[in-house]
Design a binder for this molecule. Structure first.
Ligand SMILES: CCCCCCCCCCCC(=O)SCCNC(=O)CCNC(=O)[C@H](O)C(C)(C)COP(=O)(O)OP(=O)(O)OC[C@H]1O[C@@H](n2cnc3c(N)ncnc32)[C@H](O)[C@@H]1OP(=O)(O)O
Length: 154
């Protein structure tokens, strides 16, 4: 299965969190999971928060952010009757609003799962509900609004 991020046009494939062209980045990969989407990632031990053994909150937000923008593109394509992974030049979305609710400490050394659920598509705007799990524990949830870049965007 092809990851959404592997379909990004080259000029938008340099994101620290999910760009396939960023060798120093996290290179997050997102996929369909039924009608929703998901991604998996295990942060390195250097991404600790204030207490050893727990993941830094900025990393949690980054994982939700990058899974969200990729999911926005996939959801919007689907709403338009297309499959993002079959598109030569799919739309690229960016985050304009991300509200993270940290529910409980996120353990280190565990594979994390990020999921996105579509709330609605309105023109260039995609609203989603996201969550981050460690095993079956929901550690964080988020509401996100992503906007489709115009073709003339830099
Ligand atoms: C980034 C460069 C490439 C970068 C490409 C790299 C992609 C990497 C993505 C990785 C994930 C990220 O971290 S993204 C990085 C963090 N995000 C950013 O840097 C985004 C910064 N913002 C922008 O560049 C701009 O605001 C855009 C491109 C998103 C939108 O500008 P625009 O194209 O001129 O569109 P604009 O008319 O302003 O807005 C379109 C519609 O969205 C609504 N809208 C706009 N902002 C908001 C908002 N904060 N909250 C609610 N609604 C909003 C407007 O009311 C309007 O609704 P209506 O009137 O139509 O109803």
């Amino acid at each position: 299965m092809k990851a959404f991020q592997d379909c990004y046009p080259m000029k938008y494939a340099h994101c620290y969190g999910c760009g396939r062209e960023n060798a120093m980045g996290l290179q997050l990969k997102s996929y369909w999971n039924g009608v929703d989407t998901q991604a998996h990632f295990t942060p390195g031990m250097q991404y600790s928060g204030g207490v050893p053994g727990h993941v830094y909150g900025g990393m949690i937000a980054s994982l939700l952010d990058c899974h969200g923008t990729a999911s926005a593109a996939a959801f919007a394509c689907r709403e338009r009757g297309k499959d993002m992974t079959q598109e030569a030049n799919p739309a690229r979305f960016v985050t304009v609003s991300l509200s993270v609710n940290f529910k409980r400490p996120t353990p280190q050394g565990v594979e994390l799962c990020m999921r996105a659920q579509l709330l609605g598509v309105e023109g260039r705007k995609v609203r989603m509900s996201l969550c981050l799990l460690a095993g079956d524990q929901v550690c964080a949830t988020a509401d996100m609004l992503a906007i489709e870049l115009l073709p003339e965007a830099p």
